[in-house]
Ligand binder design. Sequence first.
Ligand code: NDP
Length: 251
Amino acid sequence: MRGLHNQVAVIAGGGRGIGKAIAEKLSGYGSKVIVGSRTEEQYLGTAEQLRQAGGDAQGLPLDVQDQDSIRQFMQRAFELHGRIDSFVYCAGINRRLPAEQYTVEAWDEVMGVNLRGGFMSCQEAGKRMIEQGSGSIVTITSMMSHVGTPNQSAYAATKGGILQYSKVLAVEWAKYGIRVNSVSPGYIQTDLNAHNFKNKSFTDAVLSKTPMGRFGGTDEVAQAVCFLASPEASYITGICIPVDGGFLAGH
Ligand code: NDP
């Protein structure tokens, strides 16, 4: 993806897991990468790792539950290179509880990061992109955006919400030269679902519903994100690419 060379890419939630793989891949394609999250060790560590590999990368603090933090992060990111070509919203959390036991606190927490944080972050990135007359936003949704899964009521609601929100942005901001797309990963082994991967009956059940018969890697999700972020996807907006080994196709 040659078009990513020298582009400025900002990733919310880029210090570990899928977000880190996105940062690595974008940097590998020659983008200038800015990574944000709450954990200093992770956003600085990822940026340092990318620089050691020859990339141009910075890490900045970001708490997507706090609008001031988002505003400061986006402004500092913008000032580093004077533009933001692509923004990836990858921050996410999950709290698993049966629907009848779901607490308002857990609901608000998941909503605050996955959906409200996505809204505020895309808005801040979008304002800069509107001024520069171009940009690409990619939101990370989930299979839960599309199918019902037990004990994930808030998570699924946020992932359905951010998918639909992304489509609205695509429609509203096309006139400003901004494309907005989503990537919907299948189960990928990260901190988010580490406990699931220790449960053989869970992994067997997922694999039995996955036509390709294996789990995906963070780099496979990152590759789809890079394509959508890149100028190579110049006529693509408002779509969601599943990266799930065919899981959704079978539902
Ligand atoms: P991880 O738990 O490994 O990473 C989550 C990321 O979100 C971290 O970088 C974390 O950084 C960041 N984050 C969480 N809360 C905040 C906050 N308040 N402010 C800023 N950053 C925050 O999970 P994954 O890599 O698996 O998940 C990445 C995305 O992919 C999420 O949106 C998730 O829903 C989605 N996804 C994951 C799937 C999977 O199977 N793993 C499947 C489908 C979708 P820090 O804690 O340092 O702030």
